[in-house]
Design a protein around this ligand. Structure first.
Ligand code: G3I
Length: 466
């Protein structure tokens, strides 16, 4: 059985379009490295460098206008805007309400998106029954909540914002009920409980107004350094980046880099860039440049894993409620039209308008049958001495893990892989799922990719479900 290339517009398999592609000669769009914004959305551009672009979601908006389509086609990561906060998940003691969080998980998994969990320990959106507990009970309830929530989604949520907004702007600890009742140790306790609950999840501390080098970001920097020295489990720092046009910090990249140099990942977790409303062409052009700067700051730092934009459309943003007269901070306007900020984001990721060449593909009898899943291997780009490949894994029925095997016969080597782990770099390769993309429903698919050196061959890839 020979190898088949086919049109694989990002996420197409999730909607059944892949089977259509298999029936006819089709067009394969090749773009310069990492720039296929038109074919793959923002998440597709990010994925080509092993990163993500995410959005904050509210399941109650799925059916509003183009919300669902943009969500599914533009992003490769999602964060629950409110549905995984304490008041949503455990409004009364011991009474968990999973419905909305589960909806987010199901849609993300069907689409092959990574999920960021937000957030376990925060002073806001935490019910009064928690705030009124004694110190002893509060510490136990904190651990119980972390354990219950993370266990439910174990292996399925890639990053958790374990503790959110624990510092004041002057670098002192926020005097929240957590701090007042439990003292400094509550943050380390929360991280330890989180690691125990799901060792595969990357554990983040998250805050706002920390995008520049300032007293607050330095306080978190010192905490992370201390945690590293003491062996407290922490994997990442989230920078919310609720910004204002014309005020993107000039030292954003430098700030991200100093955290990365401590040995943790970093991410921009809640990006929006607001302005006085109404918007006009000039403000939107400034906003475009600011989105570009923000994405570029992340892309310049190897350990910056991605950017989450805090919502899809200006129609639904927290900003006008909190900052009256301000808004228009997102990438799609209230009518779901892309704003100039979209191109700014693509440019910040090193992308440009795709320069496409078109090749006609061959059609044959399809990919090899798998054992519970099917793998489709394709070359998405190639250049002198190297290439980029993408492998789509589609589940025949529900599966909880997968392994894709193929053999390089022409001396190719993998130099960087994302969304999978590989058994080696040359010869016979087996790539396995990572924590957040092993669970697939029947017919659902996910992709992983890699950059290789050498001239790309056309290996036959076989898939086995775990
Ligand atoms: O669910 C209730 C609903 O029952 C009620 O009828 C309605 C009336 O106002 O309120 C609903 O709750 C709202 C909730 O969002 C869900 O829509 C709250 O009033 C509203 O305050 C809440 O706002 C959220 C805010 O966090 C709360 O602090 C925003 O949507 C959300 O975008 C925002 O996100 C935060 C991050 O979690 C942390 N970083 C800052 C960021 C922006 O504030």
């Amino acid at each position: 059985m020979s190898f088949r290339k086919f049109v694989d517009k990002r996420w197409a398999a999730a909607t059944g379009a892949a089977s259509v592609a298999a029936t006819a000669a089709a067009l394969l769009t090749l773009a310069a490295p990492g720039t296929s914004a038109a074919a793959a959305g923002l998440g597709g551009v990010a994925e080509s460098s092993g990163r993500y672009v995410g959005t904050a979601v509210d399941p109650n908006r799925y059916t509003d206008g183009s919300y669902g389509t943009i969500l599914d086609t533009e992003f490769n990561s999602v964060t629950a805007e409110n549905a995984m906060k304490w008041d949503a998940l455990q409004p009364s003691r011991g009474q968990y309400n999973w419905a909305q969080a589960d909806r987010i998980m199901q849609r993300a998994e069907a689409t092959g998106q990574m999920v960021r969990g937000h957030t376990l320990v925060w002073h806001s959106q935490t019910p009064s029954w928690v705030q009124n507990l004694s110190a002893t009970e509060l510490r136990q309830v904190m651990v119980d909540h972390i354990t219950t929530v993370m266990t439910r989604y174990k292996g399925r949520i890639a990053h958790w914002d374990v503790v959110n907004e624990a510092f004041n702007d002057d670098g002192s600890r926020r005097q929240s009920f957590w701090q007042q009742k439990l003292g400094d140790s509550y943050i380390a306790d929360a991280f330890r409980a989180a690691r125990a609950a799901d060792p595969s999840a990357k554990l983040y501390i998250n805050d706002y107004s920390t995008d520049a080098i300032n007293a607050k970001s330095t306080a978190i920097y010192n905490l992370v350094r201390q945690f590293k020295q003491q062996g407290v489990p922490i994997d990442g720092v989230g920078f919310q980046a609720h910004l204002i046009i014309n005020q993107v910090p000039g030292d954003f990249r430098q700030n991200l880099q100093r955290f990365a140099d401590l040995g943790v990942d970093v991410a921009i977790t809640e990006l929006d860039i607001r302005m006085q409303t109404p918007s006009d062409a000039q403000k939107l052009a400034t906003q475009k440049a600011d989105y570009q700067k923000s994405f570029a700051a992340c892309w310049a730092v190897t350990r910056c894993k991605g950017v989450t934009i805090w919502g899809i459309t200006d129609k639904f943003s927290w900003i006008p409620d909190v900052f009256p007269g301000q808004g228009a901070a997102l990438v799609w306007n209230e009518s779901y039209q892309k704003k100039p900020a979209y191109d700014g984001a693509v440019a910040g990721m090193g992308g440009t308008t795709p320069t496409t060449t078109t090749t006609t593909t061959t059609t044959d009898d399809g990919p090899p049958p798998g054992d519970g899943c099917t793998a489709t291997y394709r070359i998405v780009n190639q250049w002198g001495g190297g290439f980029q490949a993408e492998v789509r894994v589609t589940a025949d029925g529900p599966i909880s893990g997968w392994a894709v095997s193929w053999t390089f016969t022409g001396g190719e080597r993998i130099s960087q892989i994302w969304n999978a782990t590989a058994s080696g770099t040359s010869g016979a390769i087996t790539a396995r799922n990572v924590s957040y993309n092993g669970n697939l429903g029947a017919g659902a698919s996910t992709t992983f990719g890699f950059v290789g050196s050498g001239a790309p061959g056309t290996p036959t890839a076989t898939c086995s479900a775990a």
